[in-house]
Design a protein around this ligand. Structure first.
Ligand code: NAD
Length: 513
């Protein structure tokens, strides 16, 4: 259906194996329970994969640890060259992989292709980075001494990823970790196991063809039980975990308990502030795409729209009008704006959020609801909804991972809008729509947005790979992707070299023997 079998074949997966749960791959050992993958697009069973058992897991880690010994000694520009070859494969397979992402996760085909493009972009970035893993040199206080710092690979990096970006988050981590000399063990989401298997096969083929050990890229499959094998494993110095705040709190404690490093990319509660000086047309595009794109299932989706009272009615009317034009349906059909939620559990959470906002005193201004009938057989298609609400409502304080937008009003100064925006526990993405320089700069100042991402005149949703990506407070504080995010994948070493015939001690200490 929708050319999915062809996409699986193009990706090197045998359709029979996918149907029977007998797929195998290099350094993906799995002999446990069967995980079934249903498409939210049409409710069909796409295929099955087997979960990783504890015994399989130990084999994976041993293979990874072995591979590290080879990979860490390869000069990083040569590691970059392997990432470039991997990237050539991604470019070649962009369409089938984008299609599988779209069908298994439910995002639009354009967004599926966009996700693969993000993988391509981060690989390009990583290739350049492979020649720029710079440390600093310092002036020693001791004569005849030289000081500098250098970065060495860490070892095995554990990557835990969420269903909503089933392939890009892996690439953000793995492309950087690879050029840094690490080997990676990836536990993708149990809701999107086939995209993980497809990616692992691409990587394994590239390493194999280059004559490199298979353990540089490893996959484990399964749910939180398999994930917790990684988080509790002392052989894995860094865990990069993307997902809910609930998961992040458990993972952070497990990793901290063994004094490992963690990179956490957790939930957001992102707001756009709309001031009287905003361009209303652009505000509507940014807000509506931000709220309904990927059916509200992006960590950077717009959850709250905080509008000044002077333009409140105008913005409200324009956004409500725009919602009337939304076409909801099969995300592989490019005419549709909004695809399905990931599964029926997500639909229940969406319905519960709408009930709760009403109970707390909110007013629904664009009705939600679950769609039924032809084209909606999966039971995962819902209507994007808008509720007028107060920031203090419990439901507004939590991330609603669905297309529900909370609209609220502020009066007076920008300070009041900032208090609302920052008045939640999460701190991922934020935006202001204004043509007023003073407002824009205040928003970006130390007294402004407390989020990891703060945008002016673009929405909250989406990010480019060139910047460091991540958020503050309960979003977890991690940064991945561009800028100097690579540093977390390496261990820093400070080196002091004495090239004299004496041994002067630091701080002028005398120690005569
Ligand atoms: P989730 O927390 O349910 O699952 C995420 C991953 O964590 C899955 O692979 C899951 O198996 C694993 N996991 C869950 N509990 C675990 C445990 N105790 N030990 C080890 N692993 C465990 O999240 P989800 O529903 O897949 O994704 C949606 C959430 O992810 C949203 O909150 C969204 O905001 C967040 N997210 C954040 C970012 C970001 O970069 N900040 C990006 C994408 C998604």
């Amino acid at each position: 259906k929708f050319g999915i079998n062809q996409a699986l074949k193009d990706l090197g997966l045998r359709v029979d194996d996918v149907n029977n749960g007998t797929s195998t791959g290099k350094n993906w050992f799995s002999s446990g329970d069967v995980i079934e993958s249903y498409s939210p697009v049409d409710g069909a069973l796409i295929g099955k994969v087997k979960a990783t058992t504890e015994e399989d897991y130990n084999k994976v880690i041993e293979t990874a640890a072995d591979a590290f010994k080879t990979w860490r000694s390869m000069p990083s520009p040569q590691r970059g060259e392997i990432v470039r070859k991997f990237n050539d494969e991604l470019r070649r397979l962009k369409e089938p992989l984008g299609k599988l992402v779209s069908y298994e996760m439910g995002k639009s085909y354009q967004e599926g292709l966009g996700e693969v493009q993000e993988m391509i972009d981060i690989c390009d970035f990583a290739v350049g980075l492979s020649r720029q893993l710079h440390g600093l040199t310092m002036h020693s206080e001791r004569p005849g001494h030289r000081m500098y710092e250098q970065y060495h690979p860490l070892g095995i990096v554990g990557i835990i990823s969420a269903f909503n970006f089933p392939v890009a988050v892996w690439a953000w981590n793995t492309a950087l970790a690879w050029v840094c000399g690490d080997v990676c063990v990836w536990k993708g989401s149990e809701k999107t196991p086939l995209t993980s298997v497809a990616c692992q096969n691409i990587a394994a083929r590239v390493f194999d063809e280059a004559g490199l050990p298979e353990g540089i890229s490893c996959l484990i499959t399964g749910d939180y039980v398999v994930g917790s094998l990684l988080t509790n494993d002392e052989r894995v110095p860094l865990i990069s975990a993307t997902g809910s705040i609930r998961m992040g709190k458990i993972v952070a404690q497990a990793v901290a308990g063994r004094l490992g490093k963690s990179l956490l990319e957790l939930g957001g509660n992102n707001a756009i502030i709309v001031t009287p000086d905003a361009n209303i047309k652009n505000t509507v595009i940014g807000a509506v795409f931000g709220a309904v794109g990927t059916c509200g299932q992006r960590c950077t989706s717009t959850r709250r729209l905080i509008v000044h009272e002077d333009v409140y009615d105008k913005v409200k009317e324009a956004v409500v009008d725009a919602y009337k034009q939304l076409r909801i349906g099969n995300p592989l059909d490019e005419n549709n704006h909004v695809g399905p939620l990931i599964d029926k559990d997500a639909v229940k959470h969406y319905q519960a959020a709408l009930d709760k906002v009403v109970k707390e005193g909110g007013k629904i201004i664009v009705e939600g609801g679950v769609l039924e009938g032809e084209g909606y057989e999966s039971g995962c298609y819902v209507k994007p909804a808008i509720a007028e609400a107060e920031n203090s409502y419990e439901i507004v304080q939590h991330e609603t991972f669905a297309p529900v937008l909370y609209l609220m009003k502020y009066s007076g100064d920008l300070e009041n809008a900032l208090a609302l925006q920052n008045g939640v526990k999460q701190g991922l993405s934020s935006a202001i729509m204004t043509n007023n320089l003073r407002e824009a700069e205040r928003f970006l100042s130390v007294e402004g947005s407390d989020c990891g991402i703060a945008n002016v005149n673009i929405g909250t949703s989406g990010a480019e790979i060139g910047g460091a990506f991540g958020g503050e407070k309960e979003t977890g504080g991690g940064r991945e992707s561009g800028s100097d995010a690579w540093k977390i994948y390496m261990r820093r070493q400070t080196n002091t070299i004495n090239y004299t015939t004496e041994l002067p001690l630091a701080q002028g200490i005398k120690f005569d023997l």
